[in-house]
Ligand binder design. Sequence first.
Ligand code: ZN
Length: 90
Amino acid sequence: MIQLGEWMTQDVVNLARVIQKDLAWNLMPMLADLMEENGFINMMTLKHLRRDTHLSFCYLVDGIVDLAEGKACPVELLPLPSSGLLARIE
Ligand SMILES: [Zn+2]
């Protein structure tokens, strides 16, 4: 079940899933752009997505997918949409 809000659009979630599944690290800057366009403002996170090297996983991409599935995630780097709905999905 997905509750979307603010930066966490369906496109962001879909792209994160593609990156996670296919290890498509070349799409990371696109993910950062999408998130930023939707109002995501944590520059540490955006910089990580755009510049850091990845091999087998990215805890932020995993965090986005986990958030979309209602699981816990590194909240300080992936601030919840202000609605807070994502924190309460069962
Ligand atoms: Zn990463």
